[in-house]
Write a protein that binds this ligand. Sequence first.
Ligand code: GLC
Length: 444
Amino acid sequence: MPTDKYVDNTLKELRKSFAATSADLWMMISCFHDEMRHGLSGESSSLKMLPAYIDCPGRQEKGTYLGIDMGGTNLRVLLVRLQGDGKTVIEDSKQYKIPRKVAMGEGKDLFDFVAKAICEFVGEYPITHQNKIPLGFTFSFPVKQTALNRGTLVEWTKGFAAGDVVGRDVVEFLNGSLQRCSLKNLRLAALTNDTVGTMLAKAYGSSDCDMGVIFGTGTNACYREQEKRIARLMHSDAGKRMIVNIEWGNFKHFPANKYDRKVDKGSNNPGVQQLEKMISGLYLCEITRHVVRDLIGKGIFLNDHVAKFRKGKLSTEDMAAFERDRSPELKKVGIFLTEQGIESSLEERKIIKQICRIVSRRAARISGAAISAVIIWMDPELRQDHTVAVDGTLYAKYPQFRQNIIKTLQQLHGAKSNRIKLSDARDGSGVGAAVAAAVAVEAN
Ligand code: GLC
């Protein structure tokens, strides 16, 4: 048995390597601004700063639109009615799980899968076969757009790797698949990132919404920028604004520890998406798994059961359940370990729970700093109110994640943090696809 002192010291070391002190976060914010500046001026930067070719909607858009939301693991098709005055109603929606083999297969098959889902969905609405119904497509990956309905995939993230799509226009891909499904009455009016969709959905009803954030399988944000600051726009209008998709998951100036480096090495996209790999749902469990294995190796706990912690055994959902577990004997942790064939003591279960907290707390603190960086980029003195539309399972379901972000904002900005309002935007990216389609139709 390791001595209590040895265990305490090892956990202390661990906490240190996951510290995100205020000084670290201010340093991060300063680097973030440099990277935003470089990205906007078209210089090399870890922040892609992709113009979205759309600004916030008014509140008057009306009509029925189809929204397609292709996120990390699921595809959602929605029929959304915009009632005007900022009100939306989801008339119907259906969710489809994207099979891993499709996400990793050929691009054509992936988009055929999307088109088939749309086909099945609209099949239930004969009316949509007669009327040309505009379609908004939320595609949650980095896309370099040249118009609201045109854009090429820069790279896959979040474990996707469908062949032959990078560098090609995703709208053409989807249109091709829709044609093959004989869905000639559908017209792809708008393509947006999920952060943009989330922000549009919120901004439709709330005029001070100027940022959209996702904390889910992946993480990213968008915000409202002055067109004149976006160097890559061919035509910018001095008084106008446009939403910019930051792709902050790729930010690389928060110091990585040895566990982060292991996660990166073991991922299917090493060298990129460093921030995403510290924050988002796809990776928190991997960080935790590497910590557990390391501490087992150090003789802290769980005998020599390293081999039982293979990749994929622990999910971020498990971590959330452990952190939520308030039973004196930490039942949830115990059941998980038993399922792996490990008998554990209460002390050992407590250590697992502590590791989850250390990992998730750092993620939330970095997330808070990233939000803060974008808000003070727009408003350095925090003179105005900012509504930040936030969606994603990590944010919605992981215990204390949201609260830890708020605490971080308070620590960074004191009383002025009241100016930053995090506003839940459930279903935002799907509804936002429909709002984007409405904006596109109005503009024509
Ligand atoms: C990944 C994608 C990004 C998306 C985010 C959240 O970071 O690159 O486009 O917004 O995940 O889904």
